[in-house]
Design a protein around this ligand. Structure first.
Ligand SMILES: Cc1cc2nc3c(=O)[nH]c(=O)nc-3n(C[C@H](O)[C@H](O)[C@H](O)COP(=O)(O)OP(=O)(O)OC[C@H]3O[C@@H](n4cnc5c(N)ncnc54)[C@H](O)[C@@H]3O)c2cc1C
Length: 295
């Protein structure tokens, strides 16, 4: 274990991290630092919190794959995941990662850090929830380490992060399911203009002219993530293509759902959400293979 100074501690194993957390119950984990470095109150000084860097813990950089899942350590960077992803993942995740910041910043942003920002939600949690991913959390605040696996969406309640002090995101478990229709949209800039930005992650299966397995996660950076129940119930088993009149009616129902369930969504965000869902619905058409067969 290294101590750069009495504010910055660098454990090398999960056990050392556990001991560090037990001795320093008020700390902040430092992953890639892209979010923390904007907050000057956290820079090492006599008044700042203890910083526990995760940079030397090898277990957190591991990536493993079996037939059903890819397990990604929380210190894997977004660029690394993008590299691995071209072999394993679908377009929804790849589009999300390639639309995140610039190449240089993506070398810093870690998966754990992108999920654990306190008061702002970026694009990765919504996409991972749309892919039915889960996280392994380890509670380091007790003498025995306790581990549990929960779906990504259970990490948040509206705009709140539910990660308790002493808990580390160890890894993310991503199922290798495929869907033949997926869309990622980020309208606006989540960093410069979070209150007008809307981020959509949508997936469905098109089976000849029927839709099923539908999921939509909408992220409003300052208001939180909304998993729509209206969209799957309106679209499940529906014949495609969807005529414009129906698409407009479904988009209005989505806005009513947002108004009922989310606080802090601005009028511009609602209008954007309405237009993005309409655009997605117009794009859902029978696959070319199916059209070729009936012609
Ligand atoms: C210029 C710029 C552009 C950006 N553009 C985008 C964008 O387009 N889309 C987007 O989605 N995001 C974007 N981001 C945001 C980025 O995703 C966040 O800054 C994210 O927090 C980065 O992760 P990090 O590894 O740098 O986290 P850090 O800054 O190190 O940590 C962030 C928070 O997570 C906690 N934490 C970190 N790892 C763990 C863990 N394993 N377990 C528990 N808690 C942990 C830390 O304690 C801290 O509170 C951008 C950021 C910058 C600086």
């Amino acid at each position: 274990m290294y101590y750069r100074n009495n504010k910055l501690i660098i454990p090398e194993t999960i056990n050392e991290l556990h001991q560090t957390v037990l001795k320093n119950p008020h700390y902040v984990f430092f992953a890639g630092g892209t979010y923390l470095m904007k907050r000057h109150s956290l820079y090492p000084s006599t008044s700042s919190q203890r910083i526990i860097s995760l940079e030397m813990i090898k277990d957190l950089f591991e990536v493993t794959r079996n037939l059903k899942h890819v397990e990604v350590g929380s210190m894997v960077t977004t660029n690394k995941l993008l590299e691995i992803g071209t072999l394993a993942f679908n377009n929804l995740l790849l589009d999300t990662l390639s639309n995140t910041a610039t190449h240089i910043v993506r070398n810093q942003i870690t998966i754990g850090g992108a999920l654990a920002t306190n008061n702002i939600r970026f694009s990765l949690p919504g996409t991972l929830s749309c892919m039915d991913a889960s996280v392994e959390l380890i509670d380091l605040s007790k003498t025995k380490i306790i581990s549990k696996i929960i779906p990504i969406e259970k990490l948040y309640k509206n705009d709140e992060l539910l990660l308790e002090e002493g808990t580390l995101i160890k890894k993310i478990i991503i199922p290798l399911k495929t869907y033949n229709f997926e869309r990622f949209y980020c309208v606006g800039d989540p960093i410069k203009d979070p209150t007008s930005t809307v981020i959509f992650a949508f997936r469905a299966n098109i089976n000849q002219t029927l839709l099923n397995n539908i999921k939509l996660s909408i992220t409003f950076p300052t208001a939180g993530i909304h998993i729509s129940t209206v969209i799957p119930s309106e679209l499940d088993g529906v014949q495609i293509p969807i005529i414009p009149k129906n698409a407009i009616s479904i988009s209005k129902k989505l806005v009513i759902e947002l108004e009922k369930n989310m606080t802090g969504v601005t009028p511009l965000q609602k209008e954007r959400a309405k237009r993005i869902i309409q655009s997605i619905l117009y794009q859902i058409t029978p696959s070319k293979k199916f059209i070729d067969k009936i012609e």
